[in-house]
Design a protein around this ligand. Structure first.
Ligand code: HEC
Length: 107
């Protein structure tokens, strides 16, 4: 009688093999590629694969960190947020800060 829901988060599961240790946390550029961010947001966050995905390069650091936290926590849960949520599940706040620092400095 119980309802069983199958959550298909294929990307999240397959990406978990790439989870890195916090020793890389200071390397935002390395983390951006190691966490597969470029597969949707493009190289250096400049060329998203879909028009409905955001460019990240040059965005304010604090804003980027806040959005990643909100998507991870579920506070931000709009149209495309599910695609993104699986990706930040394994990103720590320290790593988010390093990635945001890197992205904010891109021109
Ligand atoms: C599966 C595709 C996908 C991957 C991989 C992905 N994202 Fe996203 N990301 C999205 C989508 C889609 C959105 C927009 C969500 C929405 O509509 O609310 C988004 C939004 C964001 C935002 C908010 C941007 C804004 O302007 O509000 C940030 C920051 C971000 N992603 C960073 C990252 C980082 C860092 C990684 C790697 C850890 C990553 N993303 C990996 C799809 C992805």
């Amino acid at each position: 009688m119980s309802k069983i829901k199958y959550l298909v988060l294929g990307t999240a599961l397959s990406m978990s093999a790439f989870v890195s240790t916090s020793s890389q946390a200071a390397d935002g550029a390395g983390l951006y590629t190691a966490k597969m961010c470029q597969t949707c947001h493009g190289a250096e966050g400049k060329a998203p694969i879909m028009d409905s995905y955001p460019k990240l390069a040059g965005q304010n650091k604090d804003y980027l960190v806040q959005q990643m936290k909100d998507i991870k926590s579920g506070a931000r849960n709009n149209g495309m947020a599910m695609a993104m949520k699986a990706m930040v599940a394994n990103v720590s706040e320290e790593e988010m800060a390093a990635i945001a620092e890197y992205l904010s400095q891109l021109k």
